[in-house]
Ligand binder design. Sequence first.
Ligand code: G1P
Ligand code: ZN
Length: 542
Amino acid sequence: MTKTVSTTPYGDQKPGTSGLRKKVPVFQQKNYAENFIQSIFDSLEGFAGKTLVIGGDGRFYNRDVIQIAIKMAAANGFGQVLVGRGGILSTPAASNIIRKYKAFGGIILSASHNPGGPTEDFGIKYNTGNGGPAPEKITDAIFARTKTIDAYKIVEADDINLDMEGESEIGGMTVTVIDPVADYAELMEKLFDFPAIRALISNGFGVVFDAMSAVTGPYAKEIIENRLGAPKGSVLNFMPLPDFGGHHPDPNLVHARALYEEMMSENAPDFGAASDGDGDRNLIIGKGMFVTPSDSLAMLAANAHLAPGYARGLAGIARSMPTSGAADRVAEKLGIGMYETPTGWKFFGNLLDEGMATICGEESAGTGSNHVREKDGLWAVLLWLNILAVRGESVAEISRQHWASYGRNYYSRHDYEEVDADAANALVAALREKLPSLPGTSFGALKVEAADDFAYHDPVDHSVSDHQGIRILFEGGSRIVYRLSGTGTSGATLRVYIERYEPDASRHDIETQEALADLITLADEIADIRTRTGRDAPSVIT
Ligand code: G1P
Ligand code: ZN
C-alpha cells in the first residue's frame, strides 16, 4: 500500500562535493532521509518502470536508509531495485552496476572516508545513468526541492531480507538482492592481466592490502587472495564494520599509519595499499617508498599501456585543479589532452563520456578511468600490480625513474580541520581581495606569476563553475592553492595545497616538507592562517 506522508522542509540539505553528508543524529530526525530521497526523485524525470541501484558502504544507519529508499522507490514508480547483499556496494562497484545493467540511476549511501557510528557521519548521494555522481544541475535542483518539499511517498511493507540473494516484490516493484562483488571482479579481470599478477605474487612478491574495516574487504579478499593467489591474511581488516572499528577509514599517512610504518620497515613486503570507507580512494606504498596520489596518477598514466585494458593508449588525462602538475608532463610527452577540473569526481563525467579523457585523478587519493564513472581504489591497486608485474621493477625504482625523466613535483596538502566557519570564510574573502595585487610581487626567491580564483568552463556542456579555489602561481612552476572543503560535517576545513617542481634529479631525495619549507611559510604569510584560524599547525598533513 502506497501512502503519502506530509512533511516539512529542512533548511540544511545542500549536497556538497559528494552528496549530502551529516552526522547520523541529523539523519535520524523525523523524515530527514525521506525528505532528501523524495527530493531526489522529484528532481528526476522519466524513471517510471526503470531500474534503480541502491547500496552503501556498510556504515551505521546504512541498512535503515536502504529499507526506506527501497520502499520509496516502489512508491515513486520505479520498476526494479538492484541492491547489494547486506546493503553493501562499494562506490565504484555501484557505478559499474548502474552502467552494466543500464539502470536509470543509483542511490549510494556513504560518507566516504569520514568515521561511522551512531554519532558519526552518514551520507546520501545520487548517481545518474552514466554511473557518475549527479552533475551540479541536478544537485542544485535537489537542494531547491528540499526547501519546498511538503510530502513524500512510501510503500507500507515488511523490510526486505538484504542478506539473501534473489528476487522479491514490494508494492509492484521487483527487488533483486545481488552479489556485490561478482560483476566488479569480472570487470577487473577484463582490464588487467591477472595471470601476470598471479605469477608475480606466486614468485614471492609480497602484497598487503588494508581494507580499514570498510567496504573493500569483500572485494579485496575475492580479488587479491582468491583470484590473484595472495596468501590468506594479505588483506587486513576485511570485515566491513558499522563503525569501521572506531577508526577513520581514510587511507592517508595519518589514518593508515600502521601500514605506512610496516612498509618503511626492514622486512616490509613489496607492495602495500589501502582503500577508504566506500572503496573509491587508494593509498599506494612500495617498500620504503610512499607514492603521493598526484605522482601515482602521473605514473599510472605513463605506464597504463602495459595493462590489457589500456593497451591502445590513453585519449587524455584529467586532474582536479589542486592535484599536482606531474600528470601534465606525462600528457605532454604522450601528446594527449590534459584537462584541469574543479575538485570532485563529478567534473570528470563529461570528459569520460565524450572519450576526451581515459584516466583521471585527484590529489586526495582518488584515481580512476573510463571503466566506471567514480574513482576506484582497487582499480588503482590492480593497475599498479599489473605495471609492477610487467616491468619487474620495484615501486621505488619506477618512482625514481619517473622523476628522472619528468622531474619531480614535490607536493603536500595541509588541512586545518573544524575551524570556525566565519573565520574560514573571512580568510578566503580576504585572499580574494588580495588577488589582483599579487602578480609581479616577489617573496624572497619566489615571484608570483599569476593569481586567480579558479573557474571551470566545461568543454562539453559549457557550464561554468566559479570559486573553485584560490591559486597563486609562481615562476618556475611552484603553486599554493587554498580552498574550503565541501565534504566536512562540522565547522570548516581549510585545505592548503603546496607544490614545487624540481627538474634536477640530484635533488629528488629531499624530504617533502623540507623541500616545500619556503612555500609553507609563505602560504601562512599570504593568507594569515595562524592569526585568522587561531591554529599554529595543520591538523592533517598529507
Ligand atoms: C574531498 C577531496 C576531493 C574528493 C572529495 C570526495 O573533498 O578533497 O578531492 O573528490 O573529498 O572524496 P573536499 O572535502 O576537499 O571538498
Ligand atoms: Zn570515498
